[in-house]
Ligand binder design. Structure first.
Ligand SMILES: Cc1cc2nc3c(=O)[nH]c(=O)nc-3n(C[C@H](O)[C@H](O)[C@H](O)COP(=O)(O)OP(=O)(O)OC[C@H]3O[C@@H](n4cnc5c(N)ncnc54)[C@H](O)[C@@H]3O)c2cc1C
Length: 538
């Protein structure tokens, strides 16, 4: 059905839905579509609207009291389609070893069998339009690797980690608009902000989702089941805001709501100098039919287990890459504002934005950005065939890090209130010493392998790594079987609340090495199916 704006609704109460899904980002849209395919009626409630709106986006501002988030970036979006309106589209699978018990992340095991996730990943990959199937098998790409790349991996001390991109990153609101509109089972309501959940008098069930508009109108929506899919930070905030019957917040008997916040800290740290003739192909990323692939490098599982290391990986990137150029973030924001008239909102002051940043904008005009995918592939393979003068080449080392479970890295409510009168989020993000130790070991291993094979050498950076976040908000409502040590059960249902599910990376019990969105989709499909088959008993 066509989305309806809350401003267009009359005074009559909204009809009860079978399932109310709050938040229409990647998770919420995937769940709503799957429930509708399974014959369930869904009310998809989204705080944002189809176009960016600065007043709504301001509701996503939060106080940072720990590590700052990267400047010039919006870490999440209050808009139909959610944060995937601006994501980069890098997809990675968690590996079975990420899900199993590990000494580096005690209590971080996932209550899901790797085999179950495997088949869900195949479906999630189709949703994202990734190259495949089989494209996450590193062996497939190693067959096309250069002799230097094979030599680097030959000892087995370093292992490859596959990242894939679709030709275009999936934009959920745009790409699934037709299916949503054509479905008679999905109603979309825009512009209504969830400000908490009301529990029934006897407890143990959600009676209604409380909504407020910026104009100060209060409403409630009711459903047999409620799914919160508001992102890794907001899911926790909504539970903490739901204090009608419990001062600690709904589902927070364990005191764990908001704790164990994790991201994937990133840092450019160290350089690699490759000997003349040591050609790298897949490690630098290359276009392939249907998208792009890049292999990163991690320490072998046996080394990580033996030394109690987190699951980090590194990629080699050109010194001109987005990671190496500090101003690149600014350039991306500028380009996005130009192209879509600004998620940050307001009229664009071009002179102010462009001043002194022309070189960064030029970086965006690379063949990859401006050519169609087929032409870019042709150019790439032509370049590979050209004879090259052997010369020393340098690359920066980009570290992508997992975090350990730290209860003090957390989300709470601030004393400050937003335009709706609700306390804003207060984020205390911490990066632990183990993260840096893992980076040192991984860089050291790479240096040893480069030296052993004669392929080059590592040029370490002096000083501490300068981390940025990756807008991967995980862990604040963790999943598990024990209600004392987790917030939701293995299906994402809040312990002790019969009809409330949480979807998205807030339920990840540990971060693993992979970017989260592919796993968010896999879990969303799983949750929708579980919910659909249990709805009649609720
Ligand atoms: C710049 C950037 C690059 C990224 N790149 C990658 C990448 O390459 N790979 C990757 O895996 N991940 C990436 N991510 C992370 C990725 O975008 C998120 O994992 C993903 O969007 C999360 O989807 P979600 O549906 O759980 O949450 P969201 O997309 O945040 O959706 C939540 C929805 O809920 C709505 N909402 C929130 N609060 C309320 C409320 N109170 N009431 C009503 N509605 C509400 C929001 O408006 C939004 O539409 C990136 C993120 C950023 C910012």
């Amino acid at each position: 059905m066509k989305p309806v704006d809350i401003a267009e609704l009359g005074a009559e109460p909204l009809p009860e839905a079978e399932v109310v899904v709050v938040g229409a980002g990647a998770a919420g849209i995937t769940i709503a579509l799957e429930l509708a395919r399974l014959g369930r009626e869904v009310l998809l409630l989204e705080g944002g609207r189809e176009a960016p709106d600065p007043r709504l986006q301001a509701l996503h501002e939060f106080d940072c009291v720990g590590r700052p988030m990267r400047p010039n970036y919006l870490p999440r979006l209050r808009q139909l389609g959610g944060t995937c309106n601006l994501w980069s589209g890098r997809a990675m699978r968690l590996l079975p070893e990420d899900l199993r018990p590990r000494s580096a992340v005690p209590d971080g095991a996932w209550p899901i069998e790797p085999a179950e996730l495997e088949s869900l990943y195949l479906e999630a990959e189709r949703i994202l339009g990734l190259p495949g199937p089989g494209a996450f098998a590193a062996e497939r790409w190693l067959a096309a690797a250069s002799p230097a790349e094979r030599a680097l991996l030959a000892s087995g001390r370093l292992v490859p980690r596959v990242s894939l991109w679709a030709v275009r990153p999936r934009r959920f609101a745009r790409d699934f608009a037709a299916e949503i509109r054509q479905s008679p089972r999905i109603r979309v309501l825009l512009g209504g902000q969830a400000i908490g959940l009301r529990e029934t008098a006897e407890g143990g069930r959600v009676e209604a989702v409380r909504l407020r508009t910026l104009e100060g109108r209060d409403l409630e929506v009711r459903g047999r089941a409620i799914v919160l899919a508001c992102g890794g930070l907001e899911n926790a905030r909504l539970l903490l805001l739901s204090t009608d019957r419990r001062p600690e917040g709904l589902g927070n008997g364990s005191g764990l709501v908001g704790r164990f916040f994790m991201d994937h800290p990133r840092a450019v740290w160290g350089r690699v100098e490759l000997a003349p003739g040591a050609v790298m192909r897949i490690l630098l990323g290359r276009p392939v039919p249907g998208g792009k692939v890049q292999l990163g490098l991690a320490a072998a599982a046996s080394i990580r287990a033996e030394r109690g290391l987190l699951h980090h990986y590194v990629t080699l990137e050109s010194e001109q890459s987005s990671y190496a150029r500090e101003q690149y973030d600014v350039a991306v924001q500028v380009a996005k504002r130009l192209l879509r008239r600004g998620h940050a909102g307001g009229r664009l002051d071009l002179r102010g934005v462009l001043a002194g940043r022309t070189p960064d904008l030029l970086y965006l005009l690379t063949p990859k950005e401006i050519l169609p995918h087929w032409a870019y592939r042709l150019l790439w393979s032509a370049r590979e065939r050209l004879p090259r003068q052997p010369r020393v080449e340098r690359f920066v080392l980009v570290h992508f890090c997992e975090q350990p479970l730290d209860p003090e890295s957390r989300v709470t409510l601030s004393d400050r209130r937003d335009a709706l009168g609700a306390p804003v989020l207060r984020l205390d993000w911490r990066i632990q010493p183990e993260v840096v130790r893992g980076m040192e070991v991984l860089a050291g291993l790479l240096g040893e392998e480069l030296a052993r094979t004669g392929l080059g050498r590592l040029l370490p950076d002096a000083g501490e790594p300068r981390f940025t976040d990756a807008s991967h908000h995980m862990g604040t409502t963790r999943m598990g079987t024990d209600p004392r040590r987790s917030v939701v059960d293995p299906w994402g249902r809040v312990h002790g609340v019969a009809n409330l599910w949480l979807a998205g990376s807030s339920i990840f019990p540990s971060g693993g090495h992979a970017n989260p969105t592919l796993t968010i989709l896999a879990l969303a499909l799983r949750q929708a199916r579980h919910l659909a088959s249990n709805l009649s008993s609720l």
